[in-house]
Design a protein around this ligand. Structure first.
Ligand SMILES: [Zn+2]
Length: 143
């Protein structure tokens, strides 16, 4: 796999050079709150290793990625009291494999897919509180 990319925002976050609200971390994966959320709790879940697309990952690693994603999604479902959480693999906005996890609500103004023009302004202290609640719920969720 390619080594960390010097000009990659997500590699900077992995390296701790670009502080974000981290909601999940292990040796291979990182989950953090998106600073421009489509809805409260909008999470980016990424492999720490720099690859462009999720589809570039080794088959087994993709399996692990989505096992961890499920754990995060179950926490998001509880924290935001919704079963509807969408997952969207990305690599355009930032050229580092990522899965957007967005809690959804019937009245959230998005269509079936989120409207990228609808972004929520969430104060920093509220982002911290959201991250704390998600982390606590992940801790409570069996692996
Ligand atoms: Zn990267």
């Amino acid at each position: 796999m390619p080594s960390p990319s010097a000009d990659c925002v997500f590699c900077d976050i992995v390296a701790g050079r670009n502080p974000h609200e981290i909601i999940y971390e292990d040796a291979e994966f990182l989950g953090f709150l998106d600073r421009y959320p489509l809805n409260p709790g909008h999470t980016q879940f990424i492999p720490k290793q720099h690859v462009r697309w999720v589809w570039d990952m080794e088959k087994q690693e993709i399996g692990f990625l989505f096992m961890k994603v499920q754990r995060v999604v179950k926490a998001l479902q509880k924290v935001f009291n919704t079963e509807w959480v969408i997952a969207d693999t990305g690599g355009i906005g930032v050229a580092h494999a990522h899965v957007h996890l967005v809690p959804r609500f019937e009245d959230d103004g998005h269509g079936e897919l989120p409207d990228p023009k609808i972004l929520r302004e969430i104060p920093e202290n509220e982002m911290e509180d959201i991250a704390r609640r998600i982390r606590a719920e992940i801790e409570r969720t069996p692996v």
